[in-house]
Ligand binder design. Structure first.
Ligand code: NAD
Length: 499
């Protein structure tokens, strides 16, 4: 591991500046300490916010397409270091290298998307009810964007926010997860390398804040930061949403999921089974979009459950291991606390479960676990909480209406899927799933950047990445211009004559 560590930490040439004794960063790969960092003091965070505000005032004057050029160059930079950055992602958050590469690719993709967008920040021209008037809707830069990110997508979520924020004319302040600050320092160093040859980019355009809860709260409470884009647990989102609302700020929340896939009698199981497996055990069940519940028509229930049980056996046998090995499909959990939460969830459901497979600790350094599969004979409110680990429940249903009722019964609303070859079932599902994402013959995890990403209910309601998510990073202005020579008419025909 040392050689690959050297190569990846080489992405942070100024690492010495950040070393200290406050925050040990451990690798879930084997539990070793990668580095120990100093956390930012409250005064340092205050200074970073002030600098970000200054940077915003300069950056907002730079034309959109020029701002896009900075992001284009950053995308090029990422292409040149894709492998090293993917390795650092793997070392720091434990996802398999193939998925680490996918995460960096997602950063590149959103950069490309943002470059195109930098010439398409379109407003509207609106017909006025008054003669010689024109109404416009303008989109203007918003201000410093506070980005709080989770450990499981340590770089892509920042890229979704910062690539769009930067082309929209905003400055960015990033408070990464305290479990994955090194990838953040690497992304920042790479951006600074691009910025040094880009004279229009002001100092402080993008900054990283190293810290945990207190640092996050300071950013959240500061009125100089008009938008807080926060990704993480529902618990975090509840606190952040209320604090930001209390100061009339804007929040964009991307919170937990409890995602389900419905398998109808017409499903092609050759498509369904691999999709369930990737969604359930991929990323060791540590995606917000991981498949937590599989709702199977009773006619196929035993067949689907038994096929999954066999596949799980194969995974336990040979596919759990170091995420740096190309044969591994299931890497480690992030830490001991994640293992404890998984065990607690298994013990909670055990008394009502028809069968529980897996969940045992694998004997090797780090926190490795056998993905668990739970057979239920009926839906249960005991599975309403998101367990951020490879723990999947299989539940029977009789009618599609019942399947959707089970599907929508949880408090979260992020991602959903149906496996069917019946177009009527597919359309019914899309209309009745209460999630932000509703897939047909595609699993719950693995979104592309082109679509708006996010979910409803306790998932927070935010949308990031594609479609018109950029509007969250700008402020909307309605402007009416009069271009006549007489005294202009008032709206709604109101008369207000002084003489
Ligand atoms: P977490 O909530 O523990 O932490 C996320 C971030 O929030 C960290 O940077 C943390 O320091 C910060 N934070 C926590 N409480 C805070 C507070 N009160 N004020 C300000 N900042 C605070 O989440 P995690 O364990 O890192 O990540 C896993 C969770 O994230 C899961 O619930 C997962 O579903 C969710 N997630 C959601 C999405 C999405 O797009 N919907 C994407 C990735 C992860």
């Amino acid at each position: 591991m040392n050689a690959s560590l050297d190569r990846s930490l080489g992405l942070i040439p100024n690492l010495d500046q950040f070393l200290g004794s406050d925050l040990p960063v451990t690798s879930p790969v084997d539990g070793s300490v990668l580095a120990t960092l100093r956390i930012d003091t409250a005064a340092e965070i205050d200074a970073k916010i002030a600098k970000s505000q200054e940077a915003f005032h300069a950056w907002r004057e730079v034309p959109g397409p020029i701002r896009g050029e900075l992001v284009r160059r950053y995308g090029e930079k990422l292409r040149s270091v894709k492998e090293e950055l993917a390795r650092l992602v793997t070392l720091e958050c434990g996802k398999i290298l193939e998925e680490g590469r996918g995460e960096v690719q997602e950063m590149i993709d959103i950069c490309d998307f943002a470059v195109g967008l930098s010439r398409q920040l379109y407003g509207l021209t609106i017909a006025s009810e008054r003669p010689n008037h024109i109404m416009q809707e303008n989109w203007l830069p918003l201000g410093p964007v506070g980005i709080i990110s989770a450990f499981n997508f340590p770089v892509a979520v920042w890229a979704w926010n910062s690539a769009l924020g930067l082309v929209c004319g905003d400055s960015c302040l990033w408070k990464p997860s305290e479990k994955t600050p090194l990838t953040a320092l690497a992304c920042q160093a790479l951006l600074e390398d691009v910025i040094k040859d880009f004279p229009q980019a002001p100092a402080g355009l993008s900054q990283v804040i190293i810290g945990a809860l207190d640092a996050g709260k300071q950013l959240v409470d500061d009125p100089r930061v008009p938008l807080i884009s926060a990704t993480g647990s529902t618990r975090m989102g509840k606190d952040v949403g209320q604090r930001v609302a209390a100061r009339f700020g804007r929040s964009l929340l991307e919170l937990g999921g409890n995602n389900a896939m419905i398998i109808t009698p017409s499903a092609d199981l050759g498509i369904a089974i691999p999709s369930i497996l990737f969604g359930a055990v991929g990323t060791a069940g540590q995606r917000c979009t991981s498949t937590r519940r599989v709702i199977v028509h009773r006619s196929l229930f035993d067949q689907v459950y038994n096929t999954l049980a066999t596949a799980y056996g194969q995974i336990w046998e040979s596919k759990i291991g170091s995420p740096l090995e190309s044969t591994t499909l299931v890497g480690p959990l992030i830490d001991e606390a994640a293992f404890d939460l998984m065990q607690a969830a298994i013990e909670r459901i055990r008394p009502v479960a028809a069968e529980v497979l897996g969940g045992e600790r694998v004997d090797r350094p780090g926190v490795y676990v056998r993905p668990a599969l739970v057979k239920l004979s009926a839906d249960s409110r005991l599975i309403d909480n998101e367990t951020f680990a490879p723990l999947t429940y299989v539940i029977p249903y009789d009618t599609l209406e019942e399947a959707l009722a089970i599907h929508n019964a949880v408090p979260q609303g992020l991602s959903s899927a149906i496996m069917t070859t019946d177009v009527r079932e597919a359309e019914y599902f899309k209309r009745h799933s209460d999630c932000g994402i509703a897939n047909v013959n595609i699993g719950t995890s693995g979104a592309e950047i082109g679509g708006a990403f996010g979910g409803e209910k306790e998932t927070g309601g935010g949308r990031e990445s594609g479609s018109d998510s950029w509007k969250a990073y700008m402020r909307r202005q309605t402007s009416t211009t009069y271009f006549g020579y007489q005294r202009p008419a008032l709206a709604q025909g109101i008369r207000f004559d002084i003489d």
